[in-house]
Design a binder for this molecule. Structure first.
Ligand SMILES: [Cu+2]
Length: 229
């Protein structure tokens, strides 16, 4: 046996473990098949006329102990997470009012671009009942950003920053009693499969704080599927 043999063997083992890793990742992504469907709420007058109206309630937490990952917090109890579910299903050609209740603190975005509200009706949201069009880029907890540019389906893009809960209102144990509630409405186009993610660097130190929770489905990203109503 020579050096070259061991080098080749090493490459094969590495390759096999990468493939095994990808398989595990895909399997775990598939295992998170829980989907929250939007709730019908009559019709809404919008700039695009009167449309079927639906609502979606989403939460964001500073850790994974809220129950959506299991009572023990699942595989990564200390990871920040959206919840209880991170896969959403909404009808096509409808107005979708999304309420995000954010229990987490935060700091600065990597990119001020995501401090502005984009892609919602009139580019605004309400934060605790007050109309806003942006959040200070150094007071962002998370963002909810749907990327819609894909072939063979209509484009869907919207991005909304969630204001961070002030440091003094973040308890040592449990969750704040004064979360920041953001409400906004988007209009969907044709049916299509989209993904969403958070653009606030809330992961670990790897990949410019876009590691762990930021690069895992079921935490800071998920599916946002638009289906035929
Ligand atoms: Cu985040």
């Amino acid at each position: 046996m020579n050096k070259r043999f061991f080098a080749t063997l090493g490459t094969v083992i590495l390759g096999a473990s990468v493939i095994a890793g990808i398989g595990t990742y895909v399997a775990s992504a598939k295992n998170d098949s829980r989907i929250l469907a939007a709730t019908a709420a009559g019709t809404m007058d919008t700039p695009q006329g009167t449309l079927p109206h639906y609502t979606l309630d989403i939460q964001a937490y500073p850790d994974s102990m809220f129950g959506g990952h299991g009572t023990d917090g699942g595989a990564h109890p200390d990871w920040v997470s959206y919840g209880a579910v991170t896969n959403f299903e909404v009808p096509a050609h409808s107005a979708i009012t999304i309420t995000v209740t954010n229990y987490d603190g935060g700091e600065s975005l990597n990119n001020d671009y995501f401090g502005k509200i984009r892609g919602t009706i009139d580019g605004s949201a309400t934060l605790n009942g007050v109309r806003i069009t942006s959040v200070a880029p150094d007071h962002v907890g998370h963002t909810f950003t749907v990327h819609g540019i894909a072939s063979k389906q209509s484009e869907l893009f919207f991005s909304v920053p969630m204001q961070a809960v002030a440091e003094e209102n973040m308890p040592e144990e449990g969750y704040t009693k004064t979360p920041n509630v953001t409400v906004f409405t988007v209009i969907t186009g044709d049916a299509g499969e989209y993904v969403w993610n958070c653009e606030y660097p809330c992961g670990d130190g790897t990949v410019a704080k876009f590691g762990n929770a930021m690069s895992s489905m079921g935490y800071m990203s998920g599916h946002f599927n638009v289906v035929q109503g």
